[in-house]
Design a protein around this ligand. Structure first.
Ligand code: NAP
Length: 317
């Protein structure tokens, strides 16, 4: 199976870099020299370790994540051709009059893309994702927005995030471009995406993950991307007593495979046949390198299940 992402971008790495952490603090309205140095180092480390897809959103740090990244591209334009840049639109924060909301209107999608192009200092964005489902989505409007963005050359490819299979099918029926990505929260900690499959047909088990999302992606060659893939370090040094059993197992396997603990957590996602692409949220160059080691290993079936059972805290079958 070759995902639509790989079909469109054959050189894409197995791991992606999430840029939500770029641009300083959420509460500040500016970034400083240190923040810029962090981004430069992170980009450099990623590109040196085969991580070439950079995941943004118009809202990250209120636009500053794209801007700080765009500054790096302005100073080093040669980097652009080495990258696949992805961004998202459709979430709007609250303002004085209106609460936080989703907006898939033609005007908001196209406005957001203009902002992202300017922030990122690029003529074209490779992939645009709709960030979170908008209940007021009019598919004809989205189709028109996608057509306009594609025809103007501002966006190459399109995808979604946090959508269930019917939402994707509904959208795909009306838009004239393939939906190539669905980005969802999936990790060793948030493992309901696996439990959902076990629970089919078992009445007393519940999962919060939308049924058949994984299989739908596999059937349609839609690339699954995992946000929150490190679970904020829960099993790699940032956990507590409740996670210590799994953290210890992660360390044991890290020693056995001769990689970092982070690589075990990431490799666990990558071992799934859906070829999930983890989206790293770390801004730390050393942690990026640690995660990249997951490319060097493939967990055994037994180790994969050991990690799952430990993390879900419930035996199988
Ligand atoms: N589509 C969506 O709705 C959606 C939602 C959220 C995020 N995303 C995307 O997914 C990316 C990743 O998401 P995420 O940031 O939530 O997930 P993550 O990769 O699970 O977590 C990254 C965070 O955990 C911290 N961390 C990791 N290991 C640690 C450790 N051992 N000790 C202390 N801190 C540790 C990192 O800090 P350091 O920087 O210090 O390493 C960073 O703040 C984002 O950048 C964004 O691109 C998408």
């Amino acid at each position: 199976m070759t995902s639509r992402l790989k079909q469109h971008f054959p050189t894409v790495g197995n791991i992606a870099m999430g840029c939500m952490g770029f641009g300083g603090d959420w509460s500040n309205d500016h970034y400083n020299v240190q923040d810029s140095a962090t981004v430069e180092r992170a980009i450099d480390t990623c590109l040196n370790h085969g991580i070439n897809l950079f995941d943004h959103a118009d809202i990250y740090k209120h636009g500053r994540a794209e801007q700080i990244f765009g500054d790096v591209l302005k100073a080093s334009p040669h980097l652009r051709e080495k990258m696949i840049i992805q961004t998202k639109c459709g979430i709007r924060f609250a303002d004085e009059q209106v609460p936080g909301r989703y907006d898939f209107s033609h005007s908001w999608i196209t406005h957001s893309v203009e902002q992202s192009l300017a922030g990122l200092n690029t003529e074209q964005i490779d992939i645009l994702l709709l960030h979170r489902p908008d209940p007021l989505m009019e598919v004809d409007e989205v189709a028109r927005a996608f057509d306009d963005l594609k025809q103007s050359g501002k966006i190459k490819c399109f995808g979604v995030s946090n959508m269930h299979p019917y939402q994707i099918d509904y959208l795909q029926r009306y838009v004239n471009v393939p939906i190539i990505i669905n980005q969802l929260e999936m990790s060793l900690a948030n493992n309901d995406w696996v439990n959902e499959g076990f629970n089919a047909g078992i009445s007393n088990e519940r999962s919060h993950f939308s049924p058949a999302t994984i299989e739908h992606s596999q059937l349609n060659d839609i690339q699954l991307q995992a946000w929150g893939c490190l679970a904020q370090g829960k099993f790699t040094g940032n956990g507590d007593q409740t996670t210590s059993h799994t953290s210890n197992l992660v360390i044991k396997l890290a020693n056995e495979y001769n990689v970092s603990p982070e690589a075990i957590v990431i490799a666990w996602l990558m071992r799934h046949p859906a070829k999930i692409q983890p989206v790293l949220g770390t801004t730390n160059a050393e942690r990026i390198k640690a995660c990249a080691q997951s490319n060097e290993i493939s967990l055994s079936r037994e180790h994969w299940y050991q990690l799952l059972v430990s993390a879900r805290g419930q035996a199988l079958p």
